[in-house]
Ligand binder design. Structure first.
Ligand code: UN1
Length: 511
């Protein structure tokens, strides 16, 4: 482990980490974008941003890299991702620590994020030998019909501050084995972890050798304008964007207008149902991690809890105790479970939602500012548990902060009705030991989300499954299962090995 935090300022430690990870000083000093650590609120770097014309050049180089990359056999492309996984393993402690310092995650979550990158690399290496198509029965004698999957072209990636590096890797590892160059626009709040990831990837490229075309991996740093370049460039046929539903509403139509493929991972307003038969000790732990982990700043964070009337008074007071006692503070201190909010705007948004809840008659436990850490720019809040009488008001929207709204229910139908009555459709769970209830929740008449779990919370998905959600979450799928198909184009091939030319549907055309 790294030395105790008190021995080093955040800035000094960030400088040392960036140096060890191979990021040149010029890439994080003297630039126009100030980067603050949410831990202390201090400015830890001044990153030079990418201009629109430079962004266009980066995209141009990636586009030029496409034919050479496309033409390498997929298992050879997988070798690059294998090397990336090796480099990530070697850099795990440093990159994980940098995630802690730049995004404010507690150390096990910082390291966990890098582990998620390693896991997707392993998955993608295997996948590089399994980019399979189907053969299909044809109606014509001595013909064969099959599907082939081909590389698509440059894949753009726009990612958010809360998973500053893992989201790139879910996309990049798959896109690379699928034959697509990748251009990445990370959040302007977390450019340092992006620079470090890029430096790690350069080491994998150097080891891979001359087969990797120049420009295969691009990085665009800056605010929204530079992301727009990626969204609008016709040389980018597929774009994966993670962020708010508002961002998706802007980006989605632009991509549709130029017929680009969109992989959208937008907001979540995830819920769990705690049924009468639930194992309450287990539910308590599952709820605590899902609702308070990452300071409530995961898109999969648990935000709404429906507790059956018969167990409400046994569960909710215990939950309120955990909320009152969980250690909030500097994530570098051992025992901290809830770190800072990313910035002042996040804290203000949280307070607004709590004020609205109070005005609607809710009982609010916690939610107050935790003072005394770093500069006034650093914002820490005790997670809030909000007891509501009705499924209405701020509970209907996602507030990206640790607020858990709790409501009583009496019938499963009612709970599932509320569960599905929000715009987002990312993740969900039910705590129950009743298999009828569990199966009902997982059925087509149950949760309407892309992820539905039993006896675990909605957050913390592993990469083997497809990750993403429905409705205002955008419909995209990343990571495991067959998510790779979004990064490739499908060709249907019909081959005639007869001496005749029978036409489909019995059509005749005798010349
Ligand atoms: C996100 O918050 O953008 O399932 C992604 C989870 C993580 C990924 C969250 N594996 O919570």
């Amino acid at each position: 482990m790294t030395a105790p935090h008190t021995s080093l300022s955040v800035t000094t430690e960030v400088d040392q980490l960036l140096h060890r990870l191979g990021v040149p000083r010029a890439a994080h000093t003297g630039g126009d974008l100030a980067v603050r650590s949410p831990i202390t609120g201090e400015v830890i770097a001044q990153v030079p941003t990418t201009s629109s014309s430079e962004a266009s050049q980066v995209i141009g180089r990636a586009h030029a890299a496409f034919p050479a990359w496309r033409d390498l056999p997929a298992p050879r492309r997988g070798e690059l991702v294998r090397l990336l996984g090796e480099e990530l393993r070697a850099a795990k402690a440093d990159l994980g620590r940098l995630v802690t310092l730049e995004a404010g995650k507690v150390p096990s979550e910082g390291a966990g994020e890098v582990q998620e990158m390693i896991d997707i690399c392993d998955f993608a290496v295997g996948l590089s030998r399994q980019l399979y198509g189907l053969t299909l029965a044809t109606e014509r004698a001595e013909h064969r019909m099959m599907e082939s999957w081909h590389p698509l072209g440059v894949c753009g990636v726009i990612s958010a501050f809360n998973f500053p590096v893992a989201v790139w890797s879910w996309n990049a590892a798959l896109a690379l084995v699928c034959g697509d160059p990748v251009v990445w626009k990370p959040s302007e709040k977390t450019p340092l972890t992006a620079l470090a990831t890029h430096a790690i990837a350069q080491r994998a490229l150097a080891r891979f050798g001359a087969d990797a075309p120049d420009g295969l991996l691009g990085l665009l740093l800056g605010r929204r304008e530079v992301g727009e370049v990626l969204v609008d460039d016709p040389r980018v046929p597929v774009l994966s964007a993670t962020g708010s539903t508002a961002m998706g509403r802007h980006v989605g139509p632009k991509l549709a207008a130029r017929f680009a493929r969109a992989i959208l991972e937008l907001g979540g307003n995830n819920a769990a149902i705690v049924a009468p038969s639930a194992d309450l000790d287990l539910a308590l732990r599952g709820i605590a991690f899902a609702a308070m982990g990452t300071a409530g700043q995961r898109c999969t964070t648990l935000r709404r809890l429906f507790v059956h009337d018969s167990i409400y008074d046994r569960l909710v007071p215990r939950l309120a105790k955990v909320y009152a006692s969980v250690k909030v503070g500097d994530p570098r201190e051992s025992g901290t479970l809830v770190g800072p909010l990313i910035d002042r705007a996040a804290f203000d948004g949280m307070q607004r939602a709590l004020d609205e809840s109070r005005a609607a008659g809710a009982i609010v436990h916690g939610g107050e500012r935790v003072e005394g850490i770093g500069t006034p720019q650093a914002c820490y809040a005790r997670p809030a548990l909000v007891e509501l009488a009705a499924h209405d008001g701020p509970v209907l929207r996602e507030t990206f902060a640790p607020i858990l709204y709790v409501m009583r229910y009496t019938s499963l139908d009612e709970a599932i009705g509320w569960h599905n009555a929000v715009g987002a459709g990312l993740s969900s769970s039910i705590f129950t030991l009743d298999m009828r209830e569990a199966e009902r929740f997982l059925s087509s008449a149950g949760s309407d989300c892309g992820i539905a779990n039993v006896n675990i919370g909605p957050s913390g998905a592993e990469i083997g499954g497809a990750f993403g959600g429905e409705k205002e979450t955008g419909g995209g799928r990343e990571a495991g299962s067959d998510s790779w198909k979004a990064y490739m184009r499908r060709a249907t091939n019909t081959i005639n090995y007869s001496t005749r030319l029978p036409l489909a549907q019995g059509v005749t055309f005798d010349i």
